[in-house]
Design a protein around this ligand. Structure first.
Ligand code: PMP
Length: 460
């Protein structure tokens, strides 16, 4: 039996309860899981509870957690003050369908922190936020097409589902009408001349939307000056600029990526950290644009003059309570500093492992995120004398690493008690400890050695 097989067998041997749950899930749940990324071979994770930077599955296996609720848990699992705020709100009822005081305080706190947030409208997820942002951009401009950047992810609705994975011109999903896709103009990022030409050549573009971290929360970094150039060019062409800050909001700085980089978009999409670990999202933006939500006073006329928006659970009390407790802490700057410090430690430790074993790859990612790039092209490795020579912002390299390598890398780490967010990377929280990072580094070293042994990665 090969080493890889024996690892999978012992992984399964430690997860009898998980196997039973998976069996039930496959008979009850479409696709066997609740989210495409939760499908893991040989068996998904079934988590029983989490505390700070760790979580435990139904078989009592422990994980250092870098998934953290898909990036939502800046304070780690079950932070006491947020749990308390939710419990207090719970006593008054879970949901009214009316507005309520907490919802307003939540909006005020968002407004105080996010530079573009002159007005706030709550939704229930990042997907809803980008969907609504596109609607108001189209309504405000009277145009219909949207400029997107290859590799950038904005949720799962029809308007944005293609083009976030290579090959970027392929369908993202079955079931999306061509007419919807035709409303999207897709170009590579990091090319300001192409951007300028594209906007000059298409007068029907309402807005440009992007992840200000670079595609997939920074897996494909933007080059220096791109955001500033994008701001200048979109303004010059009278095209609205939308930042999808679903991951970066309240993580990259208390004011998100826009606060960190000093570039203010017209509209921003928020979710994840915003709601303190509860479901929630928001579209925020310039007052003149957000005025599209204002009532005109004439209900018949309203539908023609304004943007309509409903949603049973918008700004729900438990989400608002958790969001307020979280934003109070974010405003101090401390949780972000702490998560960034843990991230710096992880970057240093994992880089040191790659150095020591002369691996052709590197660790990267801003603020409290990390990604690992493994170079698998022999020719590129031969042409490099140091690991730094391999650094790239080419999305086809960074997002095009062999899927089997990524699956094996994740399996090896998970087998050794480390869970990631997606691909090769993860996020840190304010609750992670030095011990978490050192333990994860040991797992990373064993993983890298196993991948070398399996001849999936290269030495420089
Ligand atoms: N935008 C970005 C940048 C995201 O990373 C995600 C989710 N990973 C979304 C939008 C969609 O958010 P949600 O999963 O809450 O719908």
């Amino acid at each position: 039996m090969s080493v890889s097989q024996s690892i999978l067998e012992s992984y399964l041997a430690q997860r009898p309860e998980s196997i039973r749950y998976y069996d039930r899930a496959c008979r009850a749940m479409a696709g066997g899981v609740g989210h495409d990324l939760r499908h893991l071979e040989p068996v998904p994770l079934y988590i029983k509870h989490g505390k700070a930077g760790r979580k435990w599955d139904v078989d009592n296996n422990e994980y250092v957690d870098f998934l953290l609720g898909n990036g939502a848990l800046l304070m780690g699992h079950a932070p006491p003050d947020i749990v308390k705020a939710i419990a207090e709100a719970l006593r008054s009822g879970t949901h009214f369908g009316n507005d309520h005081p907490l919802h307003i305080e939540w909006a005020e706190r968002v407004q105080q922190l996010i530079p573009s947030a002159e007005r706030v409208r709550f939704v229930n997820s990042g997907t809803e936020a980008t969907q609504l942002a596109l609607r108001i951009a189209r309504a405000f401009s009277g145009r219909s097409r949207i400029l997107r950047f290859e590799g950038h992810f904005h949720g799962w609705h029809d308007g944005v589902i293609h083009g976030f994975q290579p090959p970027f011109d392929a369908d993202g999903s079955r079931g999306v009408p061509l007419s919807v896709r035709e409303q999207m103009v897709m170009i590579p990022d990091n090319d300001l001349n192409l951007l300028d030409d594209t906007l000059a050549g298409d007068p029907d573009i309402a807005a440009a939307i992007l992840e200000p971290s670079g595609a997939s929360w920074g897996r494909v970094p933007l080059t220096a000056g791109f955001l500033e150039g994008l701001r200048e060019i979109t303004s010059r062409h009278d095209v609205l600029l939308i930042f999808d800050e679903v991951v970066t909001g309240f993580r990259f700085s208390p004011g998100g990526a826009q606060g960190l980089y000093g570039v203010t978009p017209d509209i921003s999409c928020l979710a994840k950290v915003l709601a303190g670990g509860m479901p929630g999202g928001a579209v925020v933006g310039r007052q003149d644009i957000m005025a599209l939500f204002d009532m005109t006073g004439d209900s018949h006329h309203d539908r023609h003059q304004r943007v309509t928006h409903q949603g049973t659970f918008n700004g729900a009390p438990l989400s608002a309570a958790a969001g307020i407790a979280l934003l109070k802490q974010v405003a101090t700057g401390q949780p972000i500093e702490r998560a960034n410090a843990m991230s710096r430690l992880l970057h240093e430790c994992w880089e040191e492992v790659l150095d020591r074993h002369a691996i052709a790859g590197y660790v990267y990612g801003p603020c409290s995120t990390f990604h690992v790039y493994f170079e698998t092209d022999q020719e590129r490795v031969k042409g490099a004398s140091r690991r730094k020579d391999l650094e790239t912002t080419d999305p086809l390299l960074l997002k095009g690493m062999p899927p089997e390598l990524i699956t094996r890398y994740q399996q090896h780490l998970r087998y050794r008690g480390v869970d990631l967010m997606s691909s090769t990377g993860g996020v840190l929280s304010a609750a992670h400890t030095r011990e978490d990072i050192l333990q994860a580094t040991e797992a990373f070293e064993q993983t890298v050695l196993a991948l070398l042994d399996e001849e999936r990665i290269l030495r420089i």
